[in-house]
Structure formats: structure tokens, C-alpha cells
Design a protein around this ligand. Sequence first.
Ligand SMILES: Nc1ncnc2c1ncn2[C@@H]1O[C@H](COP(=O)(O)OP(=O)(O)OP(=O)(O)O)[C@@H](O)[C@H]1O
Ligand SMILES: [Mg+2]
Length: 461
Amino acid sequence: MSDGLSAEEKRSTRTALSRRARDFVTLVGCFSFILLLMWITGAVGLIEVIAAILVVVSVATAIFVGTASVLPLSPRLAVEPLSTTPKTPESAILLDALPLPAFEVDDDQRIVTMNEEAEFILRLDGRVNPRASTVIRSPGLLSAIENAIETGTVEPMTVEVESGPDETWRAHVSRPGRAKRTLVVLEDLTPVRRAARARSDFLANASHELRTPLTALSGFIETMRGPAKDDKDSWDRFLAIMAGETERMSRLIADLLSLSRIESSEHVSPREREEFRHIVSDATHAFSAIAAEKGVNLVVKSDEGPLPVIAHRDEMIQVVENLVSNALKYSKAGGQVTLSFGMAPGMADARIKAAQSWASSERMTLLPAAGRPGTQERAIWMRVEDQGPGIEREHLPRLGERFYRADQSRGGKITGTGLGLAIVKHIMAHHRGGFSVETRIGEGSAFGVWLPAAREDEPSD
Ligand SMILES: Nc1ncnc2c1ncn2[C@@H]1O[C@H](COP(=O)(O)OP(=O)(O)OP(=O)(O)O)[C@@H](O)[C@H]1O
Ligand SMILES: [Mg+2]
């Protein structure tokens, strides 16, 4: 174990001591020499000389011992040299290595060290070692810190902190070992909470959507078995409504199944080489009759030449169907729905073709394409444009969320479950494609999708 002095300090202590000893010997020697001369010349007697020498030696000894004792002879007396440049505490280096936001609070409840992540969250605005209570707004976390300081408890505590309407953190407060500081590590629970909420919203929505037609069905069955038992004329009307409700229910179940199928196959990339033109014609041919019945003009136009894609055929058909069925659903008699598609030299051009055609419109990218960065790959685009009511700006970011229906707030009579666009979004993500919307209130909406075209050398399985 070290005695607390460095080699340099020991050396300077020894030098100072020998200098004192030399001064002592010189002083006593000179004084004795003068007294001896005085005794030889007979100025003083021998007894006086001896007495004077003894006095000088004892005074000099007292001075020597006194001055020597203030020199750093032992570690107890050594004065720690003051460091002028503060060293980076070791704990700060360790905090920086942590992948989570973390900071330390000293026993005066001041935040003394933190890593970059914590600095970003605590927003100190240049304040140095601020008091925890001026930075942390959660009373739960503050009292956990206080408690750790007061009790010196080593047991880690966890506190949940709501830092915003949709932001939750879990704070782990601990006082490791004999540390004189309290360590706070923050864990972001927001994504976990959001996923849990989305799951429970989904279940609530799905069961609500299934319960509505079921309630209608059981109501009509009751009526037909009870009050309308003998009123056979009204049965036809009831049965037509019941058939509609049953159809609605089976459509919803089909959509839910298709969503879960797409989700479960999300990690399996599409492999088949398909001609996009055939996909569109297969998807649209059933819509001519529906469009004619509604008095809507359905126009399909495309670029010349082959449009090869590596795609999951049934899924891409669903994309076209969902977008065209929405466009027809929200069109009035006399309106026009235009479906256009083609090939573009790159993903960015395809995106412009698909969803940026109108000069003044509200636009929102619902899914950015996950293209290979830096590569210019040819892309297929498709745009479905209608002359319907358009969609208010505030709804745009939520289109593509399961069960989200913009026209519910408009008190619209048009039915739907709000799963169509969610399915489109999922399928386009599965195909490394993009999805976007463009709308003008009172004039119409346009939904666009784009995805990489198949390369010449890209074989299909
Ligand atoms: N072409 C459009 N014009 C106006 N609003 C639209 C259009 N397409 C979609 N929307 C709005 O977006 C919402 C979500 O569309 P989505 O296709 O997901 O659901 P839906 O059509 O209501 O039900 P379904 O699950 O039967 O398709 C719709 O409820 C509607 O408010
Ligand atoms: Mg729809």
C-alpha cells in the first residue's frame, strides 16, 4: 500500500531536511567559535561559555524540530495537491457506453453526470449540475431518488413516468454497492405500450364490427319468430336486410383473414414474375358492371410495353380492387374514375406519376418505398383517381390504419369497415413499394402505389 507521497515529494522533503540540518550545524558552530575566542582572550569565563553554548544548541534544536514538523514527513501531514483540471469521472465514461439514457444524482440531489441520450431527454439547456427537482417533473421519480439518497438503499426501484400523452418511460433507480451517487436508467416503454394499445384497439374494433351485424340478424330473427310471425309479406324485406348483414359480416371476416395472412407471410418475399397489365385487367373486369350500375365512368389507361413485376398476384389484385372499389364508392353518378399505370425509370419518378399530378392538393405519403438506396431501379406505378368529395387534411395521416374511417365524422351513409387501405398498405410494404394519397376537397382524391419493376435478369421461381 502506498504511504500517500509520490517519489518526487519524498525527494524534496529529504532535501529540505538536510538544508535545515546544515543551517543548524553552521549556526551552532559559528556561535561556539566566537565564545571560544572570547574565553581565550579572557573576556568570559569557561562556565559562561559552556552555559551560552548549551542555550544556543537548545534554541537551535527547538527551531529545527519546529520547522521540520511542518514538512511533509508523513502521509498524515501531507497536503493533497489540488487538481486544477477536473478529470472526467469514470462513471461518466461508463454511462456513455450504456445504450439507454442514464444519469447520476449526488447526495445534494444534483444531476452530476449523464450520457448523451439522457442529455437529450432532460433538456438541460446548458445548465450545469442542476437540481433534480428543476429538471424532472415526475413526482414519483423524484421521490424514488430522494428515498434512495435518504435510506442509501441498494435495492433497485422502478417507476413508470408518463412524459407526454403518448410517451411512457420506466425509470430504474439504484445505488450500486457503496456508491455515493444514485443511478437512474431510463427505458422507453412507448413502442411496447403503443403495440399493446393497437392490439387491444384492434380486438375492440373487430368485435364491435362483428357484433353490429350479428345484433341486427338476431333482432330480425326474433321479429320473424314473434310479432311478424304471420306477416309473411314483410319477411322478404327482412330476409333482404339479413342477407346484406350476413354479406357484410363475411366481408369483414374475409378482410381480417387476408390481413392476418399478409402479416404472417410478410417475411416471405414475393417471387413470381407477373405482368402488371394482366393483374389490373383481372382486378378491374368485375368493376365495369358496378360502375355502370352507379352511372360512373371507369377509364383504364396505361403506358405501352411490358410491365414486369416480381409480385404476389392475389395480393396485387387486392390492391387494385380496394382502391378502385373506394373510388367507385365515393363517386357520384356522372363522375369518372381513372385508373392509370405504367413504368418509370426510377422509384422517385414512379412516386410522382402515382401521386403527384395535381398542382394544388393535399398530399401524404402513407408508406415510403423501401427501395435500395443509391440504385436507380425501374418502377411500376398505378394511380386511381376519382371525382368524389375528397378527404379532409386531418384524416390523411391516419389513412391506412386498421378500422380508420374518415367519413364517419362526416356522418356519411357509405358503409365500410376501414380495412381496405390497411390491407393496401401492408401489401405494398410486402412488395418494397410505396403508397400515397393526394386530395382536393370537393374535387376528388387519388391514391397511388409504386413498386420496383422486375429486372431483365431477375428470374421467377
Ligand atoms: N376515394 C376516396 N374518397 C374519399 N374518401 C376515401 C376514399 N378512399 C378512402 N376514403 C376514406 O378512407 C377511409 C378508409 O378507407 P378503407 O378502404 O380503408 O375503408 P372503407 O372503404 O371504409 O371500408 P372497407 O374495409 O370496406 O374498404 C374510408 O372510410 C373513407 O373515409
Ligand atoms: Mg374500402
